[in-house]
Design a protein around this ligand. Structure first.
Ligand code: KIV
Ligand code: NA
Length: 271
C-alpha cells in the first residue's frame, strides 16, 4: 500500500526540498499528476476552468465534493486538499466546521483550504483544534473579487504589504500546515516565507516561496490567455484543435472508422 502524503509531511518540508503542487479536478488527470506532485489541490478555480463561470463566487460545496471524490479516486500518493468555496466558511467557525467536516468525510481528502481574510484566523484555529488540517491562502484572494475589484496583484502599497503579512502570520499562528501566497511581489513573498514557520506555496509569488502551484489547465496551455506568472509547459489548445479537426475530416470523408475499428459478425464455421 502506498501511504498518502499528509499535512505533517508537508509541514516538515519548510526549508527543505521545494514542494510541488498542481490543481486537479478529475480522476484521470489526478492519476497523471500523482506521480510528480506532493500535493493536489481541488481548487475552486474548477468553477472557471471546468465549468466556465466568470469567477469562483458561484462554486458550491456539492461541486467541490464531487470533484474532490474524483481526484481521490484517481490518485493514491499525493496529499489531496479541497478548496472551501465562497459562502461555506465565512459565516462563523461552527458553519465552517460543519462544512469542512462534511467535505473531509465525503471525499476522504487530507485537508481543506480557506482564503484567510482578516476574520478567518479564529476559524482556522477552531478547525485545526478539531482535527481538520487547514491550508491558508493570502495575497490575491479570488473569492474577494466582488469587493476588491478585478484580479490584481497585492502588496503594492505599504499598507497592503502590512495587511498581507499580518494575515499570513495570523494564519500560521492559527495552526495552518501551509499557506498559499497568490499574486504578490517577490519582496513580500520572501518576507512572509522568512517570517512564518509554515511552508509557503506560491502562485504568481516568485521563487522565494517554499513550494509552487499552478492551475493545471493554465500550465498545459488549454486557454488562449494566461496571467504573466504562468509558464506553459504544453500547448494542449493547439493539440486538441488539431486532433478534433483531423477526426472531423475523417468522418466527413468516411475514412473513420476503418476496418480495424469495426466489428464484424463471425463467419459460420464450415463443416
Ligand atoms: O482555486 C485554485 O486553483 C487555487 C490555487 C490557484 C491556489 O486556489
Ligand atoms: Na481557490
Amino acid at each position: 500500500v502506498v501511504r498518502r502524503i499528509a499535512a505533517p509531511d508537508i509541514r516538515a518540508r519548510k526549508g527543505a526540498e521545494p514542494i510541488v503542487c498542481l490543481t486537479a479536478y478529475d480522476a484521470p488527470t489526478a492519476a497523471l499528476l500523482d506521480d510528480h506532485c506532493d500535493l493536489l489541490l481541488v481548487g475552486d478555480s474548477v468553477g472557471m476552468v471546468v465549468h466556465g463561470m466568470p469567477n469562483t463566487v458561484g462554486v458550491t460545496l456539492e461541486m467541490m465534493i464531487l470533484h474532490g471524490q474524483a481526484v481521490m479516486r484517481g490518485s493514491k500518493r499525493a496529499m489531496v486538499v479541497i478548496d472551501m468555496p465562497f459562502g461555506s466558511y465565512e459565516g462563523g467557525k461552527e458553519q465552517a466546521y460543519e462544512n469542512c467536516a462534511r467535505v473531509m468525510k465525503e471525499t476522504g481528502a487530507q485537508g481543506v483550504k480557506l482564503e484567510s481574510g482578516p476574520t478567518v484566523a479564529e476559524t482556522i484555529a477552531y478547525l485545526v483544534q478539531r482535527g481538520i488540517p487547514v491550508m491558508g491562502h493570502v495575497g490575491l484572494r479570488p473569492q474577494a473579487v466582488l469587493t476588491d475589484g478585478a484580479f490584481k496583484a497585492k502588496g503594492r502599497t505599504d499598507e497592503e504589504r502590512l495587511r498581507v503579512m499580518s494575515e499570513a502570520e495570523a494564519t500560521a499562528d492559527a495552526g495552518a500546515f501551509a499557506i498559499v501566497i497568490e499574486g504578490v511581489a517577490e519582496g513580500l513573498a520572501r518576507d512572509i516565507t522568512e517570517a512564518v514557520d509554515k511552508p509557503t506555496i506560491g502562485i504568481g509569488a516568485s521563487a522565494a516561496c517554499d513550494g509552487q502551484i499552478l492551475v493545471t489547465p493554465d500550465m498545459l496551455g488549454l486557454f488562449d490567455w494566461t496571467p504573466k506568472f504562468v509558464r506553459r509547459y504544453a500547448d494542449l489548445r493547439t493539440e486538441i484543435g488539431r486532433a478534433v479537426g483531423a477526426y472531423a475530416d475523417d468522418v466527413k470523408a468516411r475514412r473513420f472508422p476503418a476496418e480495424v475499428e469495426t466489428y464484424f459478425s463471425k463467419k459460420p464455421v464450415s463443416p
